[in-house]
Write a protein of this length. Sequence first.
Lengths: 336, 196
Amino acid sequence: MTWSKLLTPNHCRSLWLSSSTSPPAEESRTSWRCCWGTGRYTHVQYERLGADVTMQCGAMDGDAAVTWTANGTDMDESQFNGSRLVLRSVDLTHSGQYACYEGSSWHLKYQTYLKVGTSPKEPVLMCRSNNYPKGFYCSWHLPSPTYIPNAFNITVMHGPRELVCEKDAFPKNRCHIRYLQLFSTVKYKVTLTVTNALGRNATTITFDEFAIVKPDPPENVVAKPVSNNPRRLEVRWQNPSSWPDPESFPLKFFLRYRPLILDQWQHVSDLSIAFTEGQGVGGKAGGLLGCRGPSLQPPPCLNSGVWGGNFCPPFLSLYPAHFSTGKQGGKEGRGV
Amino acid sequence: MASAEQTPVTLQHHNLCSRAILLAGKIRSDVASLLESYVERQGLDRTISLDSVDGVPRAAVEQGDELTEAERLGANLQAYWAFQVLLGEVLEEQRSHLTPLDTDFHASIQSVLLQVAALAYQLEELLALLGHGRPAWEAAGPEDPGHRSLFEMKLRGLKVLQELAHWTVRSVRDLRQVTKHSRGSGTAHRGQAQKE
């Protein structure tokens, strides 16, 4: 395969990124891109931040008289070495369209799009299950931008078995994996590789099935004063809709509250959603929230959730989840 | 819950399931603590691979595997029978070879062993109440305990505790499934009775 054979109007992306085979090393910093409507094909060149870059004017002799332009503007001859253009210690402002014209005829001899960037640093990768036992997702990002296009490849291994990670349409830096097994002690190993024209990097994380379980915040959190009892507040909430099986894997909730004049939070814990025919039962008694309900055995907590702060008035937070083996789970929770 | 709508057998079944669920949860909590002290005392890294350790019932199930009520309860019971034997071996190895002076540690293993025995008994009762036969007793793996190195003993003990921890989570799920199905069956029976 040669690059020229791939140059049709239908191949306008950086071809080396979409190719299943690696380009030759000397080609690794270049690609081809179509200019729609012009019928011309532009050479794209990737160079490392801080590097010295020399551009040849096509097949012109080394001492031929030429004119170089950058983004359509003539460049100063002090940057020429004969017919070559020399850019010292390039930075991001050097990115742009460079063209070389024969001195007298002004024939275009060479054109390239220079993109200055960096090789990728080690990516940041995390995985989480907010819908156990259905599956989990992994998401990633780069700690600093490279300023040039990057390609990401993720592999998920469960023992000897490779699992499929289905990429999300949006955001693009996330993919989903379905659990093929449950309650397995075999660890999951996820490797993310990021590659661009200037290099590659990778990271691997290993985790137990339960270690990444982290439910979403509770939904529809509402706090209302209790009539004729100004010292009491009724709080209602629901399981996160993303939690698929609260009966088999019930959630436990923690609630905290404070009068606005105080800085410290009071906590109400051990709130399981135990519900029969629409009624909710709270956790233990305490403070402004005089909760009542059955005392619960210490649950086998597997992981922590997040405070549902977005859903609460500023004096109230609902912390949505370990999952427990308390009493039967239900749909709606209420504390009074 | 209106008891008039439920038969005494159903109520007893629900009570047994609830008690078993709570006990499984308690075991899970105690094993989680025991695991922390185990790795510390044995000088192990929690991430060490235990794939080579055989003879420990694996909690893993294929997603979507639909088991009957009898199969679910039977698999759990067989596992806890095996864990009774395995925990006994772990305890003996700790007493005789690995941590002979650490009686507090032995007591915590013993406590878990007793709870596992209690859970096995509850599962036996539940199976009998539901009219299912007891599963066959399957002996542990072929490995001869006498030929284990000290390191192998340590790894095996860790494997036992890890799988036990995962079994308790599976047991809670399985018991809740059994409870859910029996509620559905109870509703069907009540409907049938009303028509008649």
